[in-house]
Design a protein around this ligand. Structure first.
Ligand code: MZP
Length: 511
C-alpha cells in the first residue's frame, strides 16, 4: 500500500514570523545579504557567493543577456536558459562576461538628415532622451553629433526640421577616446557637467556611451557581483541530454555557475550528468542539482559530495500546471522545510553545508522573507523578473496597460523537450506542464529589487538578525488560521486611495 504522509502540503502564505529582540545598533541598511552558492566545508570560505539571495529562473522569457547584466549589477545571478542551441546560450554568457560596466552600446541612433518628428518617435519607443547622430545611423558609424530632448521643443519647433539643425555638432561634443578607463570617463562627465560621454575610436567611429546615471546607479548599488577579473558573473542552465557538449562550451565562455534545469532532478539521468561534470571538470565548477522536494531527493543529489547546491520545488511555479496534469509535486513550504531539515542533519554528520535554493511559487515579497526564514539560502524566481524592463520579451499594451509575455519551459512554445521527455528526445510532447501568459510590466530590475530587499532586511532586523544565517537560526514561525489572514488585511476599513501598488506588495497588481 502507498505511504500516506501525516503532514499536509503547505505553502509560504500559511506561515508568519514572530518578532524577536531588535538591538538598538541594528538598522536595515547594515544587514548583510551575502549568501553561498557553493558548498561550504566546515570553517572554510565558500568558493562562490552572491551578494543578494536572489537568482533568476532558467527560462526563455526570463534570463537573457540584459537581465543577467542588470541582476549581476545588483549583486544577484541569472541562470541563462538552456532551451536553445548551445552556440546561442554560449553567446549570451559571452556577452555578459564581455559587458564593460559603465560602457554601453548606443541603441538609439539617427542621422543628420532625419526629421525631428522621427527622433521624437524614436525617443518615445526607446524611452531614451539622448540619441547619437552617426554617418549611417548605426551604433558604430562616425559620430556627427548628439541630440537630446533638451535640444528641441516638441510643441513649438517645426518637427519637419532636420536633426542637424538642432543637434550639438561633433566639434562641440565632449568625448572620450577608445581605451579610456571608466574612472577617467566619469571624471570627464563630472568636469564638463555632462549627462552622456560618447567614446570614439581613432577614425571617429562611435564605440560606446558612458552615462552619468549609470555612475550614480553604481554608487547606489555597490554590491555588483564580479569575478576575479572584475567581469560580471553569470550562471547557465544545462539539461540531461547534451551536457557533454554544452558544459565544456559554457566553461570556455567563462560561466561562473552551472545548474541542471529539471522539474524532477531525482533521476539517474541527472546523476549521470553530475558525475560526468565532476569527472571532467572536478570541483572547479560550481554545480547545482535539482529540483527535489524531499529529504530522500536531497540525499540522492549530495551522495558522494557531488553537488554544490540543491534546488527545491515542483509544481509551485506561477506558470506551472504539473500538479494538475500529473498529480505530482509538493507545497513549496513543506518541500523546503523537509529538505532544509535534512540539509542541517547532513551538515552535523559531515561538516559540509549545502546551500538550498527555493525555486518557484514566490508570489510576493512576504513569501521571499518566509522562504529565507525557513532555511533557503537563496531564491530562484521567474515571474518576478519576467515583469521587468530587462526580461528578453517585448512590452505589449493590452487595454491601455503594459504587459510582458511569460511562458513556462514546459509549454510547447518553449520547445524544451529535453526537460519533459522522460529521456526520449525524439518523442513528441504529449501534454504541456506550463502555461503561456502575460504579466504586468513593473519597471527596471534595480527598482523592484530595492523594495523587496529592503523589506527582507527590515524583517531580519525585527527578529534581531544581522545576516541570513542568523535569520535562519533565530526565526520562529507560526502557522496562520484563515481568520488571522483576514485580520492581517484591511478588511474592516474603507480605503479610498492606496499607494500599496507602488511598493511591490503584490507583484500581480502592479502595472
Ligand atoms: P515562478 O517564479 O514564476 O513562480 O516560477 C519559476 C519556476 O517555475 C522556474 O524556476 C522553474 O522551476 C518552474 N517552471 C518553469 N517552467 C515551468 C513549466 O512550464 C515550471 N511548468 O514549472
Amino acid at each position: 500500500m502507498a505511504t500516506i504522509l501525516s503532514d499536509t502540503s503547505r505553502t509560504f502564505s500559511e506561515y508568519l514570523l514572530i518578532p524577536r529582540l531588535t538591538r538598538s545598533s541594528q538598522r536595515p541598511d547594515l544587514v548583510d545579504l551575502a549568501t553561498p552558492l557553493s558548498v561550504v566545508e566546515q570553517n572554510q570560505i565558500p568558493r562562490f557567493s552572491i551578494n543578494i539571495p536572489v537568482v533568476s529562473a532558467c527560462m526563455q522569457s526570463v534570463s537573457g543577456t540584459d537581465l543577467s547584466i542588470s541582476l549581476a549589477r545588483q549583486g544577484g545571478l541569472s541562470f541563462v536558459f538552456c532551451s536553445q542551441p548551445i552556440e546561442e546560450q554560449v553567446e549570451m554568457v559571452r556577452q555578459v562576461k564581455a559587458h564593460k560596466a559603465g560602457f554601453v552600446t548606443s541603441d538609439s541612433n539617427t542621422t543628420e538628415e532625419t526629421s525631428i518628428r522621427e527622433v521624437v518617435d524614436l525617443m518615445r519607443r526607446s524611452g531614451h532622451s539622448t540619441v547619437a547622430v552617426t554617418s549611417d545611423g548605426s551604433a558604430t558609424g562616425v559620430l556627427k553629433g548628439i541630440i537630446t530632448d533638451k535640444d528641441f521643443w516638441e510643441f513649438e519647433d517645426d518637427l519637419d526640421n532636420k536633426v542637424k539643425q538642432h543637434m550639438t555638432p561633433i566639434d562641440e561634443v565632449i568625448y572620450g577616446n577608445d581605451g579610456v578607463s571608466l574612472r577617467d570617463a566619469n571624471e570627464l562627465l563630472h568636469k564638463h557637467k555632462k549627462d552622456c560621454l560618447p567614446i570614439l575610436n581613432k577614425k571617429g567611429n562611435l564605440v560606446a556611451l558612458v552615462f552619468k546615471k549609470d555612475y550614480e546607479d553604481h554608487r547606489r548599488h555597490p554590491l555588483e557581483l564580479l569575478d576575479d577579473s572584475k567581469r560580471l558573473c553569470v550562471g547557465a542552465a544545462v539539461n540531461t541530454h547534451d551536457y557533454s557538449d554544452r558544459v565544456p562550451a559554457l566553461i570556455e565562455a567563462g560561466v561562473d555557475a552551472i545548474c541542471f534545469d529539471s522539474s524532477d532532478g531525482f533521476t539517474e539521468y541527472q546523476m549521470e550528468g553530475i558525475k560526468w561534470i565532476r569527472e571532467n571538470f572536478g570541483n572547479a565548477v560550481v554545480l547545482g542539482g535539482g529540483n527535489v522536494v524531499s529529504a530522500e531527493g536531497f540525499d540522492y543529489l549530495v551522495e558522494n559530495s557531488l553537488v554544490d547546491f540543491v534546488k527545491v520545488g515542483m509544481g509551485g511555479g506561477s506558470i506551472c500546471i504539473t500538479r494538475e496534469q500529473k498529480g505530482i509535486g509538493r507545497g513549496q513550504a513543506s518541500a523546503l522545510l523537509d529538505v532544509v531539515q535534512r540539509r542541517d542533519e547532513y551538515f552535523k554528520e559531515t561538516g559540509r553545508y549545502i546551500p538550498i535554493c527555493s525555486d518557484g511559487g514566490l508570489g510576493n515579497d512576504t513569501q521571499i522573507v518566509i522562504a529565507m526564514a525557513m532555511g533557503a539560502d537563496f531564491v530562484m524566481m521567474g515571474r518576478y523578473f519576467a515583469q521587468t524592463d530587462e526580461s528578453p520579451t517585448p512590452k505589449t499594451s493590452i487595454n491601455g496597460q503594459m504587459y510582458k509575455p511569460y511562458w513556462g519551459e514546459g509549454t510547447r512554445r518553449a520547445q524544451n523537450w529535453q526537460r519533459y521527455n522522460d529521456g526520449m528526445s525524439s518523442r513528441q510532447m504529449m501534454f504541456e506542464e506550463g502555461v503561456d501568459a502575460y504579466v504586468p510590466l513593473v519597471g527596471p530590475v534595480a527598482e523592484v529589487l530595492e523594495t523587496t530587499l529592503y523589506k527582507l532586511r527590515s524583517t531580519m532586523v525585527n527578529v534581531g538578525a544581522d545576516s541570513l544565517s542568523e535569520f535562519r537560526e533565530q526565526a520562529i514561525l507560526t502557522m496562520v488560521s484563515e481568520q488571522s489572514v483576514v485580520e492581517a488585511g484591511t478588511s474592516t476599513v474603507f480605503q479610498f486611495s492606496s499607494n500599496r501598488e507602488l511598493d511591490n506588495s503584490d507583484w500581480g497588481n502592479r502595472g
